[in-house]
Unconditional design. Sequence first.
Length: 486
Amino acid sequence: MSGDAAPAAPGQGPAATLFLFTVWQSFCTSGIVYGWTPLLMLLKKEGVYANRCPEGVEECSDRDVALNLMFTIGAIANILGGVVGGPIPFPKFGLAFGVMLVFVGSVTLAFADPHSEFAFPFAYVCQGLGGGIVHFGAMSVGYIFGPHRGYIMACLAGCLGFSSMVFQIFYALYNSGISRQALFLVHAAILLFNAAGSLYLWPLHPFRAGDSLAFEKGRMVVVHAASSMVSAAGGRVRASWQQIYKAGMNMPFICFLGFLTCQLLFSRCLMGMFSAELDWKNELLEERGDAKLDVDLHLTLFNMSQAMLGSTMIPMFGIIAHRWGHRAGPAFATGVLSVVWLGCLLIPAVWPLYIMYFFAGWHRQFFFSTFLNFMTSEYPPEVYGKLLPFVNIMTGAIVALQNPMLSFTLNDLDGNFYPMLIFMTVLAAALTVAAGGVLVLERRTHTAAKEEVVAGKVEEKEEGNPDLVDENVNEDDTPPIPVAAA
């Protein structure tokens, strides 16, 4: 890095260029495995795992469980991408590696035989793992945007959700006559371009709070803030394992991790099981003598709502994080959304599904944004990068329960989803009440701290220091809780 390079203004020039490229790359890779419902419809039309059903039968529980297992391991791989992407010391190489993994997955999906036992799970593991590496490896870009980091993290979380539209687009093109092979080969070609872009645009080292970007000789260079400069010995700041252990064992982190894993399980169960849940809904409607719903239409509406609606809540998340902090406030809002959409699934009618689509899409945006903003606000990069793998291993283990839960519901409960949905709704309500209680305590503590500051200023003024405060001092003169504290 040249010491003469002028710092880039946050959100302008080099920083904006890198951010926009990161958004595009995230759309192409980071969360495409969550566009499961349109891919599921495409794979079923291609006859994938049709050999698991009795002859002459197109749909059966064995086929549903096998396809759901493909989604489950892909989702787990996406989560575990943080184990690889978080600690990589050189983001540009980590991002390029992640993109190439997705490339391998797309090429495999293009040429896999419909009756292959291992090709489709292998492809989805590559796409999930590569997308996770890209997503988590790009998180440090938020540090060059200073106090706007919360909005940047929410945008990247929105990209993770919006990227599930890739398979929705593929399904529409497939129905227009374009072959599976052509679709995934075009995607693979785009990924090669993205890998080259990562190697060219991204600087060698990850960003730290206060850094900015500048162009120097046609390349991006990092202009380090004084607080993030390399040490006198020439090395970057590193976190000891004692620091990692201390950060991971404190109560806010433990509570946050428990809350996150439950919210993630709710969302993954909805994604992986929604096709089977619609079949169950149809059985309930048929028993009541009502008209059956169009499964393909509702799967399309569900995927589009998961992909697109979350982005509409990015400004709201930024407001909540700014006013209520990065801990209990966003968690409480996330919990409320989960209770509403889970409750809608319990109603044996069609109209609550349309309400569910909105709240489930917003919920997905909120719990991803809550996770990213908490981690990057609570911990400096050197701690965040090493703590992230433990978070992802824990959440991956919880999400792995999704496939056994579906198998148990279809086989042992004869496809009755009521017991599972009631359990998740009660759990979501308990978590929401707990988050609300913590939020009330946080706000009381914050208000007391503001009153102490105001009282101290007034007292100093009365003692003869009139320049310390204005005459009309009130508690609103103190700053709000910041979005980021790192």
